[in-house]
Design a protein around this ligand. Sequence first.
Ligand SMILES: Nc1ncnc2c1ncn2[C@@H]1O[C@H](COP(=O)(O)OP(=O)(O)OP(=O)(O)O)[C@@H](O)[C@H]1O
Ligand SMILES: O=P(O)(O)OC[C@H]1O[C@H](OP(=O)(O)OP(=O)(O)O)[C@H](O)[C@@H]1O
Ligand SMILES: O=C(O)c1cccnc1
Length: 490
Amino acid sequence: MENITYSDDSLALHTDLYEINMMETYWRQGKEKKRAVFELYYRSEPFGMGYTVFAGLERVIEYIKGLTFTESDIAYLRSLNFKEDFLDYLSAWKFRGTIRSFKEGEIAFANEPLIQVEGPIMDCQLIETAILNMVNFQTLIATKAAQIVTVAGGDPVLEFGARRAQELDAALWGARSTYISGVGSTSNVRAAKCFGIPASGTHAHALIQAYRNEYEAFKAYAETHEDCVFLVDTYDTIHSGVPNAIKVVEEMGDKINFIGVRLDSGDLSYLSKNVRKQLDDAGYEDALIFASNDLNEETIMNLKMQGAKIDVWGVGTKMITAYDQPALGGVYKLVAIEGEDGKLYDTLKLTANVDKITTPAKKQVWRIINNETKKSEGDQVCVHDERPDLEEELFMFHPKHTYINKTVKNFTARPLLHDVFVDGQYVYDQPGLEEIRAYREISQSDLWEEHLRILNPEPYPVDLSQKLYDRKINTIEKYKNIDYVSNVDF
Ligand SMILES: Nc1ncnc2c1ncn2[C@@H]1O[C@H](COP(=O)(O)OP(=O)(O)OP(=O)(O)O)[C@@H](O)[C@H]1O
Ligand SMILES: O=P(O)(O)OC[C@H]1O[C@H](OP(=O)(O)OP(=O)(O)O)[C@H](O)[C@@H]1O
Ligand SMILES: O=C(O)c1cccnc1
């Protein structure tokens, strides 16, 4: 490959070619301003969890703000045989749409719109690929981190994944996603710098190997660092690693802050119990035991069950790559389109698989909090202009099994989609990362424990309002009865 770097490279071409092909069709047919509404959602929770943690908006904002076709983008499209008149149009193009989104850190569920994009159909179409790319990944990693943090049960979890992540962007934005869900720090210094995440790090086996013996290595490290966590498993944890660490700590006295030791191999339960005793016997009851080595939610849970004396969990590969489910599967679907009369019409995609039939109409999602219990009764997905917050009581029913229903009184309805861009203008006040992290806890506290547990969680109700349900059924009926060969009103 001759040249993979362009000085004016942009994210405008970070899209699938078919999006630009469709843009050209709309444009040549004079439909480039036809108003459309697309919604991003996923169909099932990952990792057997009962929820996800929404993440990715920060990068979406950055992407939309800088979205223009640069000279090299246009030159490249020219090489694909796009014609000059269309290229002239793209050169001057800027995003003109309205984007509404969940807040980052919001607890989210399957089959509700997390992002809604409304505007000229061309604009909505172009950004599909990139925003799915960002939100699918970041939400997935934030959710995997939430699972691991839950299992760690209040113990600090450190993010160690940069070396195993799917390349640089995944390491960087993945670290940010894990921090949103309560991971305590990252070993990735660039992620720490860029996002203000606490950086943390111990040292590797290479240090011991370089000095050949543990005593020399620990001593050298202690002479050059105040905060010390010694990696004690290079040769023999019990007989060499820990005694050498203790020897150095005793020699250095107040010159260092002995934080603890790290175990990175072997039976972490057995070793941690023995190491705990060794440290306690030497008078270091406050020294922490860090553990790492291919940890995930299952090994952490098992180690805790075995009574392992581990205080801090270093987790890399299995968190940053979402090892057991590498994709969220979020989709971006057209739900409403402007007709010839200028009005917005509901639209959907029919399919034999009823679970995949999209829910038409521009929507708003409301979280229904019971004022007595302070816990959520479920999410009510409504037509965008419905106002459940002004109702005295709310009828909520299962969107497929409608006999499962309830009437909720004394509730507060909180809208979850917020304006981020309006007609191309940025109108949002994106919180800082600490605020997002704190918000994740608040959002989580609205839910019953039953939905949050990581094994067989109770499914959380994501219901359709009566109005939206009727619109869906009517649209299905309408599309079922269309004579597709003659013409669909579009
Ligand atoms: N007591 C335990 N119960 C359950 N799993 C454990 C326990 N102790 C360690 N593990 C996990 O078992 C796996 C051990 O993997 P592996 O055999 O590759 O490690 P190892 O024996 O330490 O070798 P290496 O030195 O190559 O890392 C790791 O995922 C580790 O987290
Ligand atoms: O196991 P993970 O969850 O992916 O966490 C990251 C791993 O990276 C390091 O090992 P590595 O063998 O790469 O280097 P080392 O020489 O420092 O042990 C570290 O010791 C962890 O085991
Ligand atoms: O700081 C550490 O201990 C660390 C960092 C990255 C990967 N493994 C361990």
